[in-house]
Ligand binder design. Structure first.
Ligand SMILES: Nc1nc2c(ncn2[C@@H]2O[C@H](COP(=O)(O)OP(=O)(O)OP(=O)(O)O)[C@@H](O)[C@H]2O)c(=O)[nH]1
Length: 346
């Protein structure tokens, strides 16, 4: 396979089932697919009745939704597509009421609720408010004030309930996400979020900055627990994370890999920058008092997150370097160069 073919295969490899589709993509595609059974029959009926404008609106909606499905299926991009889908649906709904009159007002309710499934609640409210204003203008001359007010109030209530529901669900998801992805002792990312971040990096399709993986392990940590007790050991782990936060950039990500072992994803760092970061961390921990009267040091292994390799390889390479740092006497940094040959940095 040529280099170009390999790049293309990597780029679209996840489309062949290797990448799990996000919930957002699935919901968006389902929403678009729904237009086939719910709008297409009406479009065909309007064609048969020679109601050309209404038929054109229905058919244009169906075609636009099918195009969105193909786009999301092929590229996985759903943010802009979600926005476009709500615009298409809203415009279609307004055109239908404009052309066919108030008897088709029932389409407004599901259309507006659908917005909350694919957009942030605030954006959905904004789009639906504009649609409602347009609807009032369309219906102003057709309805008595009381009837129009009834429609406005019921649409307003539907939006209010949908907003509350979407906002509450979003807040719960965020809280759940925090629970699931953070280490409860130190507050840094846990192993699950490390795995997800590494997978995201491997799946990332756009050109992006080079990044490195650092694996860190406290030296002779067992002695801390044995001499000072488990609670003091916990405090040392918390303190270590504070030191790591102080000596990494906001774009770097810190994770607890397990026990007294941590990982850092140095985003946008080539190997030389990452090895400088590792050396800074090593020196900062050696100088910090993680625990009173007991000097503690760390050993670090560094690997480049080469996109030609799998995340498991990055971890294995960094772990190999960490092992080499331990074997070399601890309080040291080892950096994987090229194809995993280790070079000593400290
Ligand atoms: N206090 C505390 N200790 C932990 C935690 N997780 C793991 N440990 C301890 O970390 C220690 C790890 O010990 P070892 O794997 O022998 O490693 P080490 O003593 O650091 O030695 P080297 O890694 O070879 O330098 C064990 O005593 C674990 O009980 C934790 O959450 N809190």
């Amino acid at each position: 396979m040529s280099a170009v073919d390999q790049a293309t295969a990597r780029r679209f490899g996840w489309l062949n089932g290797r990448r799990k589709r996000s919930m957002e993509e699935v919901i968006l595609m389902l929403l678009c697919a729904l237009c086939v059974p719910s709008i297409l029959p009406f479009g065909i009926y309007r064609l048969m009745q020679q109601q050309w404008m209404s038929a054109a609106v229905d058919m244009a909606l169906v075609l636009a939704m099918l195009a969105v499905i193909v786009h999301v299926w092929r590229t996985g991009g759903h943010r802009v597509a979600s926005f476009c889908v709500t615009l298409f649906y809203s415009a279609g709904m307004l055109a239908t009421v404009y052309l066919r009159g108030v008897s088709l007002i029932y389409w407004v309710y599901p259309t507006m609720i659908a917005c909350y499934f694919v957009l942030r609640p605030g954006l959905a409210v904004a789009i639906n408010s504009v649609s409602l204003a347009a609807l009032v203008v369309i219906l102003l001359s057709q309805l008595a004030v009381l009837n129009l007010l009834t429609i406005v109030v019921t649409i307003g209530l539907v939006n209010l309930f949908a907003y509350i529901f979407a906002y509450r669900t979003g807040a719960q998801n965020k809280a759940l996400h925090t629970e699931v992805e953070l280490d409860f002792l130190t507050g840094v990312g846990n192993r699950r979020s490390l795995d997800r971040k590494l997978a995201d990096h491997a799946d990332e399709r756009r050109p992006h900055l080079p990044s490195c993986l650092l694996l860190l392990d406290l030296d002779h940590f067992k002695q801390v627990n044995d001499l000072h007790g488990h609670a003091a050991g916990d405090q040392a782990l918390i303190r270590l994370c504070e030191v790591m936060r102080l000596h990494t950039r906001s774009s770097d990500r810190i994770f607890r890999y397990g026990g007294e072992e941590f990982a850092v994803i140095a985003n946008g760092a080539e190997l030389d920058a990452a090895s400088r970061l590792a050396e800074n961390l090593r020196a900062a921990v050696a100088a910090a008092k993680l625990i009173d009267g007991h000097p503690l040091t760390i050993s670090i292994g560094v690997a480049f997150m080469d996109k030609r390799r799998a995340p498991a390889d990055w971890l294995m390479q960094a772990d190999k370097m960490l092992y080499a740092a331990k074997q070399g006497g601890r309080n040291a940094v080892r950096v994987a160069a090229g194809d995993a040959a280790g070079v000593e940095q400290a």
